[in-house]
Every structure is written in structure tokens, then in C-alpha cells.
Design a protein around this ligand. Structure first.
Ligand code: ADP
Length: 306
């Protein structure tokens, strides 16, 4: 079984559904409120576990009630949380206002995530047992860099989702094997809007890139192979929250199993397409059998000419 370690964030998403978002100084009455376990790290961990990997999570939750629920959500998904710290204070929270047009405004308060600045010997040893280390940018950069460089030293493949978008330090790029931005993050990193050109620019820093293109699918580029584009299955999307995290989790599992890149991409696309057809973040993520079934019906793989 593929073994994956995620070094990343856990957040409680506090979601208010409102007819329209309030302006400054204004109060509006919302229709509904939900608390949903999330955070990019935890979401990728759940996605990879459901896709069939053995997954462990490194990060931190707070000593509050949210921390108990965040840990329980990971445990319930079969993610090992022995090295998920509980630290004094608040868990990470994301305060999300969703309006009737589906637009949203979000405040993220890192809370416990902000305390993860270094790795313990135990964290490093765990990373050394993995086939891949999944990283995002919702923990302090010092921890992300430490994780990537540790994985690189121990021969573990590193998969970095550069979100939320921010400039990447050279030592992080140098220790990244596969960079998976969405098209907005790719444009922010390179200043280039066209995904093919942005991918080419990113290959100066990392050996492999996958740019996700929402409903248009995804694009793979590598220094030593022809680019591959995979269209997304045509589905009726009801909630695209965590589509990218579902995609990355499934992609890491497929690559960890040694499947060829085009097949891994189309399998990850099938997983992400399933998740957008259901409401929720981690709750919408598909299980392996569902991905396999959906993948069987995916067609239209295209391989670009160089
Ligand atoms: P993020 O969620 O990080 O913003 P994207 O929007 O690019 O990333 O979505 C990630 C992946 O999820 C896409 O590459 C695609 O495979 C899948 N996906 C997203 N939106 C849709 C959609 N409307 N229909 C089908 N697949 C989708």
C-alpha cells in the first residue's frame, strides 16, 4: 500500500450562508451556519486515505473543542494522528461567508497551525517511511522548508501545493519534486497567464509540474517528457470546495503506486470530478472503488505534441 505523509494545516471551517455578504459596519442575517473540518493539509490527507493510501498527518490542533473534532475527523477517515500535536490555545479556523450567488469571502486564522515552525526527530523519522510527502503553504514556511528538505535527503518524493499563493523560497523549490498549482497560483508564481507557458517557466525550478485548470482539466509538464493534458470529466458541479485537494491526494496515491503519469492524472481527475458533484470539502471526497468505477468511464486522453 502506498504510504503518504502530509505535513500541513487543520482548520475548522466556520461557514455562514447569507443572501449577500455584509459591507463594513453592517450586520446581515444569515440563513444557515455549519462547522466543517478542513484545512488544506487535512483535506489532502483524507483524500489520499479514501483513495487507498496509508496516510499519516503532521501538524497541530489547538486545545479547544475544535481541536478535539479536527483530530476525530482525521481519525475517522483512517488517518494516523500520533504526530498531530495538540498545543495550548485555539485551533486554526477559516471564517467563510457564502452568498446566494456562490461567491465567498474568507478570513483564515492560523491558530495552532502557526506553532508548527520546526520538525521533531519523530516527524523526520515518519517522513522517512513515506513514498511521498504532501505539502501546502498553510503552515509557517520554515516547517514546510524543513519537511521538503528532510524528504529530499531521505529520498522521499515531495509534492507541493503552492496555496495560498506566495513567493516560494529557493530552498523550497530546490527540494520540490512535483509542484501542483491551480492556474491562478501558477500565474501568481510566474506572472504568466497562459498555463502552458507558466508550466514551462516553473520547470526551470522544479522537475515536474501539474497545473489544475478547474472544469478544463489539468496539464502535466516535465523537464524530460512530453507535456500531457487531461480534460476533466463533464459533470454538474454543485460545490468545488477542495477539488484541488481531492485531485492532489488521489494523484499522489496513483503515482505512489507507480502508475504512468497520464493514467494517474485521469484517475485524479475522476476523483476530483466526483467531489465537485457533492456538497462539502472532505465529506465530498470519493473512496477508491468509486474513483475506479468513474475512471472506467473517462475517455478523451490527449497527449500534446512537444
Ligand atoms: P482548486 O480547487 O485548487 O482551485 P481547480 O479548480 O483547478 O483547483 O480544480 C482542481 C481539479 O478538480 C481540476 O483539475 C479538475 O480535475 C477538477 N475539477 C474542478 N472543477 C471541476 C468541474 N467543474 N468539473 C469537473 N472537474 C473539476
Amino acid at each position: 500500500m502506498t504510504s503518504i505523509v502530509v505535513l500541513g494545516s487543520t482548520n475548522m471551517d466556520l461557514v455562514a450562508f447569507v443572501p449577500r455578504a455584509p459591507a463594513r459596519g453592517e450586520t446581515v442575517t444569515g440563513r444557515e451556519f455549519r462547522t466543517i473540518p478542513g484545512g488544506k493539509g487535512a483535506n489532502q490527507a483524507v483524500a489520499a486515505a479514501r483513495a487507498g493510501a496509508e496516510v499519516a498527518m503532521i501538524g497541530a490542533v489547538g486545545s479547544d473543542d475544535f481541536g478535539v473534532r479536527l483530530r476525530a475527523a482525521l481519525d475517522g477517515a483512517g488517518v494516523e494522528t500520533d504526530l498531530l500535536r495538540t498545543v495550548e490555545g485555539a485551533s486554526g479556523t477559516a471564517h467563510i461567508v457564502v452568498d446566494d450567488e456562490g461567491g465567498n469571502a474568507i478570513v483564515v486564522v492560523p491558530g495552532a497551525n502557526g506553532t508548527v515552525t520546526t520538525l521533531s526527530h519523530g516527524d523526520e523519522a515518519l517522513i522517512g517511511t513515506a513514498d511521498a510527502l504532501l505539502l501546502q503553504l498553510e503552515l509557517p514556511l520554515s516547517a514546510v522548508v524543513a519537511g521538503a528538505t528532510t524528504a529530499r535527503r531521505l529520498g522521499v518524493r515531495t509534492v507541493l501545493t503552492p496555496a495560498p499563493a506566495q513567493p516560494l523560497p529557493p530552498d523550497l523549490l530546490a527540494a520540490t519534486d512535483l509542484l501542483v498549482p491551480n492556474e491562478h497560483e501558477a500565474a501568481a508564481l510566474t506572472g504568466i497567464a497562459d498555463p502552458h507557458s507558466a508550466a514551462a517557466a516553473l520547470l526551470r525550478d522544479v522537475p515536474e509540474v501539474v497545473i489544475t485548470l478547474g472544469a478544463r482539466g489539468s496539464l502535466y509538464a516535465a523537464r524530460d517528457a512530453a507535456p500531457v493534458t487531461v480534460p476533466a470529466p463533464r459533470v454538474r458541479a454543485v460545490d468545488t470546495t477542495a477539488a484541488g485537494d481531492t485531485f492532489v491526494g488521489a494523484l499522489a496515491v496513483a503515482l505512489g503506486e507507480g502508475r504512468p503519469v497520464p493514467e494517474a492524472l485521469s484517475w485524479a481527475s475522476a476523483a476530483a470530478a466526483l467531489s465537485v458533484q457533492r456538497e462539502g470539502a472532505s465529506s465530498s471526497m470519493p473512496y477508491r472503488a468509486e474513483i475506479d468505477a468513474a475512471h472506467g468511464s473517462v475517455t478523451g486522453l490527449e497527449v500534446d505534441a512537444v
